[in-house]
Design a protein around this ligand. Structure first.
Ligand SMILES: *Cc1c(COP(=O)(O)O)cnc(C)c1O
Length: 432
């Protein structure tokens, strides 16, 4: 049995300080067995908890750590910057450096603004879209997550095209009603929603690679259709690339699918493991942001030298030739071992994959919409999750979450990890 003595003590203490004992809800292990592990350190593809258990990590801090833990260049960049002070609330050369690297290597945006989280990036992008179009409503897709900003904490009501219902206490219905929610991969619902609401719709926001509620990969044709409809109805298209940015390729999902959005939001990888977000667009759109334009947005710690240095040190490694090809090849190898095992054994389980993102799910159908995920299948994930922890493999504590492979995962680590997962699946399907 996993020794969790210190983690358990710390969790007991933390529950006195924080709701649920955590700083972000999913960490509380409510969707899996047991209580959270408190992590002490990470290096490369591995993390260690406070009881010194070692795990091959497939969570990667939920996406930012595409280079693995404690990447030497990133660590050095942070330390070097820290020696000169951590924040000035004034412009620094570090912001230029990171912005130039991003903009020189992304054909889909011309200017950007740094913020401090993905949520903040999305919040600001929505305000910008509303400011530019002078319209108020937002269209989102069921199964896409965009952070915890009020008007996006909404879920679909009943019916094909619906006004959102708040999915959190504290979000006034009047905010939720500004948001229209439709299913992913449903051109008919999309057309109906756009036709009905075109006069009020400021923007459509989508995770072009939906990866927060399973991995709901969309056909390229759906994204193209969405693009055309937005042009047709004068609605701005926001790609929320907080996960897919710098993950599906340096140009994210926009580059992967070759679809031009109007505004892109970034987070996670962009900060090299420190808190950074950004939103970017054409010059034409970005000139509406204050102080040039009338859309107000600001941040005390935005663009601070530590975060900018970490981001630059991380992203500059991603521009190396072959980086993404190598990531994809390793991830495919890893997934194929699990896929083949499931097929051979006839298990109702499969792995979806894109770039270095994967999602293990307990079904065999192709899933492109949130409502196709069977909630009952999560019981199997709970068993698997506990088995994996016992055997030194760390998955994010929810079956709706995707896994990430980093540059620090070697082929051999991935082969070994995949075999442990296959053994875990044997255990699960023995019980079901
Ligand atoms: C993680 C995420 C967010 C929120 O980012 P935070 O940094 O957690 O605020 C927004 N959108 C998407 C697509 C995300 O994956």
């Amino acid at each position: 049995m996993l020794n969790k003595t210190i983690s358990t003590q710390l969790y007991t203490e933390a529950k006195n300080y924080f709701p649920g004992g955590v700083s972000s809800p999913v960490r509380a292990f409510k969707s899996v067995k047991g209580s959270p592990l408190f992590i002490k350190k990470g290096n490369g593809a591995y993390i260690w908890d406070e009881d010194d258990n070692q795990f091959l990590d497939f969570c990667g801090s939920w996406g930012p750590l595409i280079l693995g833990h404690n990447n030497p260049q990133v660590r050095e960049a942070i330390c070097t910057a820290a020696e000169l002070g951590t924040s000035f609330g004034a412009p620094t050369r570090y912001e230029n450096k990171l912005a130039k690297l991003i903009l020189d290597n992304n054909r889909y945006i011309e200017m950007l603004r740094f913020v401090s989280s993905g949520t903040e990036a999305v919040m600001s992008a929505l305000r910008l879209a509303r400011g530019v179009t002078k319209k108020t409503k937002i269209l989102k897709f069921d199964g896409c997550y965009h952070g915890h900003t009020d008007c996006l904490l909404v879920k679909a009501g009943s019916g094909l095209v619906t006004f959102g219902e708040s999915s959190s206490a504290g979000v006034p219905d009047v905010f939720a009603r500004e948001t229209i929610v439709i299913p992913l991969n449903d051109p008919v619902a999309l057309d109906e929603a756009m036709r009905t609401h075109a006069d009020d719709l400021a923007c459509v926001i989508i995770e072009p690679i939906p990866a927060n509620n399973g991995l709901l990969l969309q056909p390229k044709s759906f994204l193209e259709c969405l693009r055309l409809k937005c042009y047709k109805y004068g609605v701005l298209l926001i790609f929320d690339e907080v996960i897919s940015g710098f993950r599906a390729g340096f140009e994210g999902a926009a580059g992967y699918y070759g679809v031009q959005p109007d505004i892109i939001t970034f987070g996670k990888i962009i900060g090299g493991g420190l808190p950074v977000g950004a939103y970017g667009a054409s010059r034409e759109i970005m000139k509406n942001v204050s102080p040039d334009g009338a859309v107000y947005q600001a941040g005390t710690l935005s663009g601070n030298p530590l975060s900018m240095s970490a981001g630059y040190a991380a992203l500059s490694q991603l521009t190396e030739v072959g980086f993404y090809e190598n990531q994809e090849r390793k991830t495919k190898l890893f997934c194929s071992i699990i896929q083949n095992h499931c097929r051979q054994k006839g298990y109702s389980a499969n792995v979806k994959q894109i770039a270095s993102i994967f999602w293990l799910y307990f079904d065999t159908i192709e899933i492109t919409r949130a409502d196709q995920i069977d909630p009952a299948s999560m019981e199997k994930f709970k068993l698997l999750h506990a088995y994996l922890l016992e055997h030194g493999v760390y998955f994010g504590p929810s079956g709706y979450e995707v896994g990430f492979i980093s540059a620090a995962h070697t082929e051999q680590m991935l082969i070994d990890g995949a075999h442990i997962i296959c053994d875990g699946l044997d255990m699960v399907f023995n019980q079901f």
